[in-house]
Design a protein around this ligand. Structure first.
Ligand code: SF4
Ligand code: SF4
Length: 55
């Protein structure tokens, strides 16, 4: 498992990728998660300004 990202809500701000301790997020047009790298810490969920990430 890994976080779920609502790509329609994502504004591609990059805050989640910057906050992720395991480098599991990449942001281009929207955020994408590397499911193998995500350790489900929840930091990105709290960091996203538009609540686009859920765990
Ligand atoms: S839950 Fe943690 S490890 Fe997973 S993508 Fe978010 S910040 Fe990274
Ligand atoms: S923090 Fe939220 S809005 Fe910003 S890139 Fe990540 S998912 Fe998108």
């Amino acid at each position: 498992m890994a976080v779920a990202i609502d790509i329609d809500s994502c504004i591609a701000c990059g805050a989640c990728a910057e906050a992720c301790p395991n480098d599991a997020l990449e942001v281009d047009d929207y955020a994408e998660v590397d499911e193998d790298a995500c350790i489900e810490c929840g930091i990105c969920v709290d960091t996203c300004p538009v609540e686009a990430i859920s765990l």
